[in-house]
Design a protein around this ligand. Structure first.
Ligand code: UD1
Ligand code: CA
Length: 455
């Protein structure tokens, strides 16, 4: 048990300046709650126990985080960071180490936390950074040898101390034994009458413990969110980083500032992404994929050589190589497009498979359908999959030709190489190779006189 790693995440702050009904840690960055960013990072470094100290909106926070296995500790009054960790002591193992993190500092990386943990040799390590504008933050005091001696808060700092630009991120790795020893002894005898967690540094130094300090790779890793402006700024920094990572992997962005990645995107070679594309969830793109302007691609897999034309929306779609899609196509959940399919404008597909080389080129709805290979689904042809109560299946065999403006009333099966006349309403199965026409016959009345208005 000596090597256990616990994380204590402070998340009791209300976030008044967000002007929101949501607790601050549930505000989203890249479409994910701030707290979930921290929890995902903890998961990726195999933390043994995660304690979340919550205050305002505890129910809401807990309900939003049911995917994680967490120990919740309530801090009823926000009496300071030291007090917040103190209320977690009952849940803290007596040995091992803890990472102390903030629920509103979402972007600290797994790599930085691993280094922080390794740096804790004597009992305490911390993440610091020298910044241009340290105002408001705790300053790191060092002696002539450069050893850390204390942290002094902005409001307690002398003029001399305020000139220090090395700041405390508030993120530490501390031996649990020391937390158990020091926290009950904190006092709130300071400018803010708060129990400062930072005072444990002085206590450790008095015990002859050398405090190790490391810097994060990126400044945004230690930036917190207190208001909407900061949230938006952090979002931009994070987006810039994600875009850069993809550029390193060979993606060409028409404009790195006009794309958003709200999730994880994995890519092959020579992917091109035009402006105003948004990725959500887990997306994978093969080689030579081109995504044109304004597309939203969510939780989808896209094969090699696929061309997605402007303004398409994908949600949970699998697209095989060589497909051409859009403009203005909507792929809804459980869409599977086989190789070389073509979807044109104003086409919506849901819970359907479109076979190899099939075309659905204009103004169609295909729902709950299995469409074979080589099918031509004419302009405006649709599946009537819903009878007002239940959804029904449509099956279309290979090489069938579905005439323009056909309604396929499900459940219905169209045989292979069958042909459906334009404008048909098809309510009965159609045999292989047959022609089916289901529409009013055209009548003609010669020399027809239109009715005239009486004068
Ligand atoms: C703290 C540090 C400061 C550091 C700064 C970095 C102390 C005394 N000071 O400042 O040196 O530069 O972080 O951002 O630790 N929280 C609780 N319960 C509380 C108080 C705070 O859960 O009673 C949580 C907040 O929700 C927030 C985090 O702790 O997530 C930091 O609180 P905040 O008030 O922003 O930090 P400071 O104390 O001002
Ligand atoms: Ca503060």
């Amino acid at each position: 048990m000596n090597n256990t790693l616990t994380t204590i995440i402070l998340a009791a702050g209300k976030g008044t300046r967000m002007q929101s009904a949501k607790p601050k840690v549930l505000q989203t960055l890249a479409d994910k709650p701030l707290l979930a960013h921290v929890l995902d990072t903890c998961q990726s470094i195999s933390v043994d126990k995660t304690i979340v100290v919550y205050g305002f909106g505890g129910d809401q926070v807990q309900q939003a985080m049911t995917d994680y296995s967490l120990t919740w500790v309530e801090q009823t009054e926000q009496l300071g960071t030291g007090h917040a960790v103190k209320v977690a002591l009952d849940e803290l193992p007596s040995t091992g180490k803890s990472l102390i993190l903030y629920g509103d500092v979402p972007l600290v990386s797994a790599e930085t936390l691993s280094r922080l943990k390794q740096a804790n040799v004597q009992g305490m390590s911390m993440l610091t950074l020298t910044v241009d504008n340290p105002f408001g933050l705790g300053r790191i005091k060092r002696d002539e040898q450069g050893n850390i001696t204390a942290i002094v808060e902005q409001k307690d700092a002398s003029e001399q101390e305020q000139a220090i630009r090395e700041i405390n991120s508030g993120i530490y790795c501390v031996d649990n034994a020391l937390l158990h020893q020091y926290l009950p002894n904190l006092s709130n005898d300071n400018a803010q009458q708060e129990y400062y967690l930072t005072d444990i540094v002085k206590m450790a130094v008095a015990d002859g413990i050398a405090i190790a300090a490391i810097e994060p790779d990126y400044e945004f890793e230690i930036e917190g969110v207190n208001n909407r402006q900061q949230l938006a700024q952090l979002e931009r920094k994070w987006q810039a980083k994600l875009v850069e990572d993809l550029q390193v992997q060979g993606v060409q962005f028409a404009d790195p500032n006009r794309v958003d990645i709200r999730g994880e995107v994995s890519v092959g070679q020579d992917v091109f992404v035009d402006i105003n594309v948004v990725f959500k969830g887990k997306v994978s793109l093969g080689n030579n994929v081109t995504i044109e302007a304004g597309c939203m691609i969510k939780d989808s897999q896209v094969g090699d050589n696929v061309n997605i034309k402007p303004y398409c929306v994908f949600d949970d779609a699998q697209v095989a190589q060589g497909a051409t899609i859009g403009p203005f196509a909507h792929l809804r959940p459980q869409t599977v497009l086989e190789k070389n399919t073509r979807l044109g404008n104003f086409v919506e597909i849901k819970k359907s498979r479109i076979g190899e080389g099939s075309k659905v080129n204009h103004l169609s709805y295909v729902g709950d359908a299995q469409i074979g290979a080589g099918v031509n689904f004419g302009a405006g042809a649709i599946t009537c999959n819903y009878d007002g109560v239940n959804k029904h299946q449509t099956i279309v065999g290979d090489n069938a030709f579905i005439g323009t403006n056909t309604s396929l009333v499900a459940p219905v099966t169209i045989g292979q190489t069958a042909t459906i006349g334009a404008g048909s309403v098809i309510t009965k199965n159609v045999e292989d190779n047959a022609l089916a026409i289901g529409r009013g016959r055209q009548v003609q009345k010669d020399n027809y006189q239109r009715p005239e208005k009486k004068k």
